[in-house]
Design a binder for this molecule. Structure first.
Ligand code: CP
Ligand code: NVA
Length: 305
């Protein structure tokens, strides 16, 4: 494992290994045990999109591992003025021990990883958000005591979260049901890749336009914003189409009685989810957000230690 770009690239053992390390690092932190596994190492963090959780959890995580994080806004570095990804990758590799990037085009991350001589971590592209899903799997495991055999229902936009959740569920033997409007379905190539992973794992992938069908018997109910970063101009159109996909009390009641509710955040209450669900007792959103810290520390430790 040189880079962390897509859960589809990882084996089940690698994902389980990362979860084990994440759980261990979390316990150590809670017990006040230091783990300076990346002492003297530096992580560059390139952001061409906004972030609260990702930026803070990577910065704090790197610091807790004894390393040094550098926030690199694309507005401030030459990449944002047209310097090539190739030159950026080569130069940054001379200073840093790892590069984390959040950007629009997934291909830019693949190119960065190809040219960089140090590990590259995908901190969200228009296509995928693997760091989030690693934290989500960790959270589901903490609440349910296992992953294999659970059913996750994702209701909403066929976006980066839907894609990474499909990949993640398949790798750990979970069933996954994705309900999106036809016009906002998942990427065809991702679905084809995921189907193969589900077949290999012996678990099930359901793709539907019907939220009730997807949510039936779900252990984990997941949604995300209907308007992702970069789609602001489509907002009005999207809000109209997505209303039947709102995760409200009525829809949530169709999941298993003890289902947990998850959301990567930021959430838009009253749109993709109602207050009674996201602020209800079955919502685990803040544990999920916290686990970003622990899961990403595991990724950094595995790639950079
Ligand atoms: N979930 C997530 O990635 O949040 P940020 O956009 O705040 O980093
Ligand atoms: N789908 C959202 C996820 C934010 C963490 C977006 O890309 O904006």
């Amino acid at each position: 494992m040189k880079d962390f770009i897509s859960l589809h690239d990882l084996t089940q053992e690698e994902i389980k290994g990362l979860l084990t390390v994440a759980i261990k690092l979390k316990a150590e932190l809670k017990n006040g045990k230091e783990h300076p596994m990346l002492k003297g190492k530096s992580l560059g963090m390139i952001f061409t999109k906004s972030s609260t959780r990702t930026r803070v959890s990577f910065e704090v995580g790197m610091t807790q591992l004894g390393g040094y994080p550098l926030f690199l806004s694309s507005d401030d570095i030459q990449l944002g003025r047209g310097e090539s990804i190739y030159d950026t990758a080569k130069v940054l590799s001379r200073y840093l021990d790892g590069i984390m990037i959040r950007t629009y085009a997934h291909q830019d991350v693949l190119d960065l990883a190809e040219y960089a001589d140090v590990p590259v971590i995908n901190a969200l592209t228009d296509l995928l958000h693997p760091c989030q899903v690693l934290a989500d799997l960790m959270t589901a495991q903490e609440y349910k005591g296992k992953l294999e055999g659970l059913k996750l229902a994702y209701i909403g936009d066929g976006n980066n979260m839907a894609h990474s959740l499909m990949y993640g569920c398949a790798k750990v033997g979970m069933d996954c049901a994705v309900a999106t409007p036809a016009a906002y379905c998942c990427d065809t190539e991702v679905v084809e890749n995921a189907k193969e992973d589900f077949k290999n794992a012996g678990s099930e992938l359901i793709i539907t336009e019907d939220p009730a069908k997807a949510i039936a018997d779900a252990d984990v109910v997941y949604t995300d914003t209907w308007v992702s970063m970069g789609q602001e101009k489509e907002k009005e159109e999207r809000l109209k189409t997505f209303m039947p996909y709102q995760v409200n009390k009525e829809l949530f009641a169709k999941a298993k009685e003890d289902a947990i509710f998850m959301h990567c955040l930021p959430a838009y209450r009253g749109f993709e989810v109602t207050d009674d669900v996201i602020d209800g007792v079955q919502s685990v959103i803040f544990d999920e957000a916290e686990n970003r810290l622990h899961a990403q520390k595991a990724v950094m430790a595995m790639l950079m230690a």
